[in-house]
Design a protein around this ligand. Structure first.
Ligand code: SF4
Length: 321
């Protein structure tokens, strides 16, 4: 049997990431620099570096944005507190929060209004979690594992609901929700969970791939939550899996006696990195590439209204002539 590459499909950019990147590109085109982005627009080192080279400044706090300048909020979302501070500082803002993250914020607000205690399943300090918790800080308790469910100190008849970060592992989340339901049978929540379509599809695809590929390379940055989850899913399914930012991170020893290598990419990973990895593997004899598609994705999100409005008011090429 010749050495082969199995390519997961879907992989790479999701609709929320495409939208966030489009927003920065359009903002650069329409407004130019200075242009600021609060946090990384998406969690990928190559995407961020590319925008830095185009003059975009990435900041960790709004204090680093000069008064009157324009700042884009990243795809992971922000807390209302940040929004208020931007208004107070008279900054011009564009919100690139993924609509699926906004949906979780709205659910948190709804439960808060109805005076629920909200159990947010997610990872501490992740920007999405920080933003969601900011919607209802006095109502939300964060849990990251089943053990933490056991440590919850709420009355058995508490009025509670759960929400989840969008980029978790499907299996881990299912386990935590089951534990929550055992302790609090009255708990309410979304029909399944808030894990987004892109996370689910990429996890299912890599799980499928792990049945045949001996080694799985997950292309994504170390701080990308959904990429890390892809590694875990592949390992759980029996493959040897590695998270790599790009070809420089591949250790040839991983490929010894390996006939089939699976490749996937996190939701914030550009496709050119996938192509580079395929080319790199070619020198080790992996010439045959087979795409393994588990589902057809066709999801698109509209641009934020503040940007749509500006674009609509722009003179067309014809008008400019
Ligand atoms: Fe939105 Fe899901 Fe992509 Fe996150 S991974 S940006 S929630 S579509």
């Amino acid at each position: 049997m010749s050495k082969q590459i199995l390519l997961a499909s879907p992989r790479g950019f999701c609709a929320g990431v495409v939208r966030a990147i489009d927003i920065v590109n359009l903002a650069l085109e329409v407004y130019g620099t200075p242009l600021y982005v609060l946090n990384e627009i998406v969690h990928n080192a190559h995407v961020v570096k590319d925008f830095r080279n185009k003059g975009v400044e990435f900041v960790r706090t709004l204090d680093d944005v000069p008064a009157g300048c324009r700042v884009i909020f990243s795809a992971h979302g922000i807390s209302p507190e940040i929004r208020k501070r931007a208004v107070a500082r008279e900054l011009k803002t564009i919100d690139a929060t993924c609509p699926l993250v906004t949906k979780v914020h709205l659910e948190a607000l709804r439960y808060k209004r109805q005076n629920y205690t909200i159990i947010l399943i997610g990872h501490e300090h992740h920007e999405e979690v920080v933003g969601t918790m900011g919607e209802a800080p006095d109502h939300i308790k964060l849990v990251g594992s089943s053990e933490e469910v056991d440590q919850l100190d709420l009355p058995a008849n508490a009025r509670i609901a759960y929400l989840t970060q969008t980029t978790l592992s499907l299996d881990d989340t299912r386990e935590i929700i089951e534990r929550l339901r055992l302790r609090y049978p009255q708990i309410e929540g979304p029909n399944v969970n808030d894990i987004c379509y892109a996370t689910q599809n990429r996890q299912n695809a890599v799980q499928h791939l792990s049945r045949t590929a001996q080694v799985i390379l997950v292309i994504g940055s170390a701080n990308s939550s959904n990429s890390n989850r892809l590694v875990e899913v592949a390992e759980k399914a029996g493959a040897q899996a590695y998270l790599i930012n790009d070809t420089h991170r591949i250790n040839p020893a991983w490929l010894e006696n390996v006939e089939s290598v699976g490749i996937t990419a996190g939701a914030s990973t550009p496709e050119f990195l996938v192509n580079e990895v395929i080319q790199y593997l070619g020198q080790f004899g992996y010439k045959e590439v087979q795409e393994v598609q588990t589902v057809d994705e066709d999801v698109h999100f509209a641009l934020p209204p503040e940007l749509e409005k500006t674009l609509a008011g722009r003179p067309t090429e014809q008008m400019r002539d």
